[in-house]
Write a protein that binds this ligand. Sequence first.
Ligand code: ADP
Length: 451
Amino acid sequence: MKRITSIKTRITIWYTTLMFILIVVVLSLVGGLSYQLSIDSIEKDVILQVTQVTEKLSKRQTDIFDLVDNKEEFKNVSIYGAGGKYIVGQYIYDVSNIPFEEGVPRKESINGKEYIVYDIRTPSPPRMHGGFWIRGVESVNSTMLLGKSAIIIMLILIPLILLLTALGGYYITKRAFRPVNNIVKTANEISSQNDIKQRIEINPDAKQDELHNLSLTLNHMLDKIENLINQEKQFTSDASHELRTPISVILAQGEYLLEIAENEKEKELAKNIVDKANQVSKLVSRLLFLARIDQNRQKFNKEKVDVGVLVDIATDSLRTLAEQKGILFLTNIPDDIIVEADEALLLSAITNLISNGIKYGKESGNIVISASKCGESTEIVIADNGIGISGEHLDKIWTRFYRIDDVRNDEYGSNGLGLSMVKSIIDLHGGKISVKSELGSGTEFRILLNE
Ligand code: ADP
């Protein structure tokens, strides 16, 4: 059986059960006590009636028929002869058979009915021989009847009370736990939308209880985390800015050295400087781009862009690189695929994906670039038949500086920022990008752009 996981339901079940046990215990105690009290009072009443009749008989020596017959006062008393023969008084056929027992009040049960019986033997008055038995009898069943109706009322009342307790309690607990739902909602939004700006909704009129304080503390903590992240972004942005000028100088002077190099050794050294300076320059401009995106400073001009033309520009710029590896470009783009986009940014995203296809493509392989309209959306697919990406890495490749194989990537001057840039660009356009890949078979990137 599945365990109940909701705290609200568990609390409700717990106190409803406790309430039920409490009601049953209290009712049993009260019922038992009141039953015993009723029996005691019946006993007292019976003993009193019998004693009074006995006294009257012995003192006033009154006529026994006068005394007992038709007298409301002694309605529970009857008189029997010394041999147990009924003479006068309340006649209960059933109890005549109960043996007489001097001065002992007791409970007798006959045919399922209960009676309190009390007998006293009197000395014989002058006109009678052998004396009498004075017997007091009262049925307990009338008391039981009262108990029964109480039980019936309770059988209706208990479920009603329990139902009201459970419903009322569940409602109160649900209200009390509302801040927890807000906390869970905010945490989910932060992780699904990667948006650290979200805060837990706090009702200013709500009671200042523990959960309210927890929400305040978590919001305070989120403020601090957001601050730290912003500081880190600001640092990356500032550092990149500071690096830009010295790198341009190193690059320019390296290129000059390459030009004036007099022998192979000098050429090799100068080329090394130029290559590394180019790598760092690429890294810095990517970092600056991401910093602009983070701080919402990236310029974004939407215009009508022909996807076919964009792909042609990208493939032309990469053709030499592809040819070095014997990789062929296969394009399948109808003429009229137009999208609303920032031309430079979309070109940069497509170029990045094709360039990855070359870097991670196999020798003499191919890269298929296709585009199509699906209703209001446009789909651009870039697929290679290269080394592929294994499942464990697939959802991490969008993370900044994430590289699957450091050694191999180094030979291409990779820095793990390409795909995070591509994703940021597509996000900026309100589009979606997804990847499908199989290790050893190839990788397919799919961009979906809305009109
Ligand atoms: P890098 O600049 O290192 O290429 P990216 O962000 O572009 O960084 O890619 C991240 C990682 O994803 C790469 O290091 C590479 O291992 C993997 N990757 C990206 N594109 C492909 C592809 N077409 N085929 C196989 N692996 C790829």
